[in-house]
Design a protein around this ligand. Structure first.
Ligand SMILES: *[C@@H]1O[C@H](CO)[C@@H](O)[C@H](O)[C@H]1NC(C)=O
Ligand SMILES: *[C@@H]1O[C@H](CO)[C@@H](O)[C@H](O)[C@H]1NC(C)=O
Length: 332
């Protein structure tokens, strides 16, 4: 055996790994030692270039020309700095675990496999036991001031006496009102409120919920007073309260605003503050004040005067030319 050099063998073994993989596939060659497979190779391949020229020694393989040697099984790699130790290869590095077989990670105690990325191991306790530590059996061990949940997976703060229906214990003996609630300084209870308050005409009726007051109606994001019977030409300033513009007054029904004209409108109707609109058949006379309208005779009134819509009265000494005519002629 003097012709074998340990270093040569190792070099050859690594070179041969590829060429002998087919032999390794046979389970009967697989050694009990983890990751080490025994393969048979032609003895001549184990000899140095020089020794190959001499007589080839008998090998210990199944045929005299073959020798049995140990190699790392597929999926395993030689442990650095050892002759025969082989370790499994995990393509992705195991996190919180050891690579115990090719592409198999075994989790540390207290860790379980990440359901998606199998090479990762995650603590057995959910969210890593906030306010506590995860113990090996997957249960939390809570910090002082915190209480273990019945399923032993969470730690809850403890508040002596509780925090009431609308509060929650956030820290040892410290309560906080739930969202939409504030502490009432008098009763020391959490009472609902509406953050930022409610718009005009609205009241807070539930946590962060405003509703229109009685007599108000929803309009856009706010509420407006409602005058269901009406408020013509006026503003509904409060429920069932109609307010007229200056110069207008509310009628007896309380639902209509009527304008006022001073002086009164003549042959016209008051339609706004001191604003007269001529009745049909009348026109505004620019020579007279704005509240007056005069009868309109579209064809004019020769020798007469327009006294009513399209009706002329003849001047003294004149008479109508004919019946129904608006022309006045000198009496003969
Ligand atoms: C068979 O021979 C090889 C080469 O000489 C040697 O390394 C190996 O240990 C031997 N195996 C057995 C089972 O004797
Ligand atoms: C993982 O490997 C380390 C270092 O080799 C060892 O100390 C530990 O016991 C191993 N853990 C498991 C679960 O095999």
């Amino acid at each position: 055996m003097s012709s074998y050099k340990a270093n040569d063998i190792l070099l050859l073994v690594s070179l041969l790994l590829v060429s002998v993989t087919f032999l390794c596939a046979d389970d009967t060659y697989r050694n009990r030692r983890a990751g080490i497979c025994t393969v048979e190779v032609p003895t001549i391949q184990l000899l140095s270039e020089h020794d190959r020229k001499g007589p080839i020694p008998l090998g210990n393989g199944s045929r005299p020309t073959l020798s049995k040697i140990d190699v790392c099984c597929s999926g395993y790699a030689r442990v650095p700095h050892t002759y025969y130790g082989c370790e499994p290869i995990c393509d992705k590095k195991c996190e919180n675990g050891n690579c115990t077989a090719p592409n198999v990670c075994t989790c540390k105690k207290g860790y379980i496999h990440d359901p998606i990325e199998l090479h990762k191991c995650i603590p057995e306790c959910p969210i890593g036991c906030l306010h506590g530590v995860c113990t090996v059996n997957g249960h939390c061990s809570c910090d002082s001031g915190y209480q273990l949940s019945p399923n032993k997976k969470y730690c809850h703060a403890v508040c002596a006496g509780g925090c009431g229906a609308n509060g929650e214990c956030v820290e040892y003996n410290r309560c906080r009102c739930k969202a939409g609630y504030v502490l009432d300084p008098v009763s020391k209870n959490c009472v609902f409120h509406c953050e930022g308050g409610c718009a005009n005409g609205a009241v807070c009726v539930a946590p962060n919920t405003c509703a229109c007051k009685q007599g108000f109606l929803k309009q856009g994001s706010g509420c407006v007073a409602a005058c269901p019977k009406g408020c013509n030409n006026g503003d509904c300033i409060a429920p069932n309260t109609c307010k007229c513009k200056p110069g207008w007054t509310l009628d007896k029904t309380g639902t209509n605003c009527e304008p006022h004209c001073n002086p009164e409108c003549l042959n016209s109707i008051c339609v706004g503050l001191n604003e007269c609109a001529c009745r049909k058949g009348y026109v505004r006379d620019p020579r007279i004040s704005a509240n007056r309208c005069v009868a309109d005779c579209p064809g004019g009134c020769p020798n007469g005067q327009c006294s009513a819509p399209n009706f002329c009265i003849c001047n003294p000494g004149f008479v109508k030319e004919s019946k129904g005519s608006q022309n006045c002629v000198r009496r003969t």
